[in-house]
Design a protein around this ligand. Sequence first.
Ligand SMILES: [Zn+2]
Length: 76
Amino acid sequence: MDDIDCAAERVESFNQVALNAVLSRLSGPLSSGVCKSCFDIIEPERLDANPRARHCSYCAAEEEARGHQHRRCGPR
Ligand SMILES: [Zn+2]
């Protein structure tokens, strides 16, 4: 009964995709879990607080410090 196993797996991964789609529609793309600056892993508690975090807390602090130089996000 490989077909059933396969179908169940497909449903499961579809749910995952659908969930991600809903989440990203609600709040923008989720973090990859890896810092974009130093490619270190972002702290889980940081991702917990902000699932869209793109930087580890160290780089986020640095980004914030020079955020006034180039703000590409526009007004908030
Ligand atoms: Zn970093």
